[in-house]
Design a protein around this ligand. Structure first.
Ligand SMILES: *Cc1c(COP(=O)(O)O)cnc(C)c1O
Length: 520
């Protein structure tokens, strides 16, 4: 299986090359040249397999230049009980007969990013070992809050790698910020950028395309790679859990074999839901892919009208990992919907960067709308969804999953489609404890404890003795008591960790930070 670029179909790379480079030289994203099919017979056989074994089957279809031994060892190192608190790795929990929740947050950083970022370092280092010109890998990552931490934990002290993370200074929750500021490891660096996630992501993309810098790095034995969801090495692991969840539902007797189910995905950069789309293409019986957004509802509008328009106000929300106006992975879907028309993709991407919008029409739009359904939740609606689910089902949702639950209910109301549905839960509620606690507590007493949860001007990076730490840890305890859930161990221990990263920069200083981190 070879990989093309969405902006130049004539390029051909192996999966090792694609994973190592992250982004194609002309700015496109790597896509498999064909989408492998899983027959019903084969799928049925996978029912008895565990998560690791299912992962090996899927990777064997996409990462064909890795040997079986290589893939086995990548998987066996990544999805272990030392790293994941659930023996199922990605367990499915049932709300009622119709709604099932796929919990993707049992990894070391309590967000779904771990599902891919626990294995990406193994994919990458394996790829580098078989490269004719092995270089030290420099990972650059822009994060809306969860990727950065998950990537650093994945790459912490991995030989032959260094990682630098940029996050929007005022765009992450205080818990996310504390998780990043306390990151250990001798090969990591974290910088808060004065800007939003889109600024940070655009800044990182530009640095990736800086030829002068890359030549200089090459002379010094260094090469960039990306841990963002633009890397195919992150997409492939996300396909695994859709297959696995379907098979678990089957095993639990919640569905019949072959029964079509819908999926709801809280969406930002369009990576997670794109993996659902690939799974569907591969033959997994998925029906509607329901794309849930928060107030930054650029994708809802796109799915409803065909117009992708980023020229709008940016809203910081209580689901910060979805505060995104430029959903990078959509480019992969556009490539497929346009019949793999790289010229057309180039044109759309040019319009997006120059004019701020593009328009999908005709058959491509029809296909988009026949598969996807878009909806969004406001801040209050998100809180209501968390509160209602807690009251009705005694189940605590994080704000991102709360957005998904709200949109799921609207979808049913508007379409009458009452198929069995998998709601993808992308974070532990303990990652956003203040907002969640506030939502599930009826009385106002919590207001005193829960201060503004967003990072303030004098956030942790600037001020080590900021009270947010103590507040957050106190809130964790309270949330645990009320929800009846255990605090994830890595979050519980945060209070004892020293703040090690306090760097800040302007957008136009990102390049300088990267150079000095590499010492070139
Ligand atoms: C990253 C993230 C999302 C968005 O996922 P995409 O793949 O970027 O669409 C949603 N929820 C949480 C908690 C996340 O960390």
């Amino acid at each position: 299986m070879k990989y093309h670029s969405t902006r130049n179909k004539s390029l051909k790379y192996t999966s090792k090359e694609a994973i190592q480079q992250g982004l194609s030289p002309e700015g496109g994203l790597f896509v498999p040249e064909s989408i492998p099919k899983v027959t019903r017979d084969e799928l049925k056989k996978w029912t008895s397999l565990n998560y690791r074994e299912r992962a090996k089957k899927i990777f064997g279809l996409f990462l064909t230049d890795y040997s079986k031994e290589e893939l086995d060892s990548c998987v066996d190192e990544a999805y272990t009980s030392a790293k994941f608190s659930s023996p199922e790795i990605a367990p499915v929990v049932s709300m009622d007969e119709k709604l099932h929740i796929l919990e993707l947050w049992h990894g070391p950083t309590s967000a779904f990013k771990d599902m891919a970022l626990q294995i990406l370092p193994q994919f990458l280092t394996t790829a580098v070992q078989s490269s004719p010109d092995p270089k030290e890998i420099v990972i650059l990552t822009a994060t809306s809050g969860d990727t950065g931490k998950a990537a650093m934990v994945g790459f912490q002290d991995v030989p032959g790698t260094r990682i630098m993370v940029f996050y929007p200074r005022q765009g992450v929750s205080s818990m996310q910020k504390l998780q990043m500021a306390t990151q250990e490891g001798n090969n990591v660096s974290v910088v808060a950028v004065n800007g939003n996630f889109d600024h940070a992501q655009t800044g990182v993309k530009q640095i990736f395309q800086n030829e002068e810098l890359k030549e200089n790095m090459s002379r010094n034995g260094l090469g960039f790679s990306s841990a963002n969801s633009i890397n195919w090495g992150r997409l492939a692991p996300q396909i695994v859990y859709y297959f696995s969840a379907y098979l678990d539902l089957l095993k639990q007797g919640s569905i019949e074999f072959g029964q079509v189910i819908n999926v709801v995905v809280p969406t930002g950069n369009f990576g997670n839901i794109l993996a659902a789309w690939y799974s569907r293409k591969m033959g997994l019986p998925l029906g509607r892919l329901i794309c849930a957004s928060n107030d930054n509802k650029v994708l809802t509008d796109f799915i409803q009208t065909g117009v992708y328009d980023r020229r709008r106000e940016f809203h910081p929300t209580i689901s910060p990992s979805m505060d995104i106006l430029i959903s990078s992975n959509l480019e992969r879907l556009l490539y497929e919907l346009s019949g793999r028309n790289d010229v057309q993709v180039n044109e759309w991407m040019k319009q997006l960067s120059e004019n701020g919008y593009y328009k999908l029409e005709g058959a491509a739009l029809e296909e988009l709308q026949s598969i996807f359904w878009g909806g969004f939740a406001t801040e209050q609606q998100t809180r209501d969804a968390i509160s209602d689910t807690f009251k009705k089902n005694a189940y605590t949702l994080d704000p991102h999953t709360g957005v998904g639950k709200w949109v799921y209910d609207r979808y049913k109301e508007e379409t009458g489609d009452n198929r069995i549905t998998l709601l993808v839960s992308t974070a532990s509620p303990f990652k956003f404890p203040g907002d969640v606690l506030q939502a599930i507590q009826d009385n106002g007493t919590v207001e005193n404890v829960v201060k503004e949860n967003r990072t303030e001007e004098s956030g942790l990076a600037a001020n080590n003795d900021n009270n947010a730490t103590t507040d957050d840890l106190q809130i964790l305890e309270q949330l645990s008591k009320i929800s009846g859930m255990d605090i994830p161990k890595p979050l519980e221990n945060l209070g004892e960790k020293a703040v090690r990263h306090t760097d800040e920069c302007e957008i136009d200083q990102m390049l300088d930070h990267v150079s000095s981190f590499m010492g070139i």
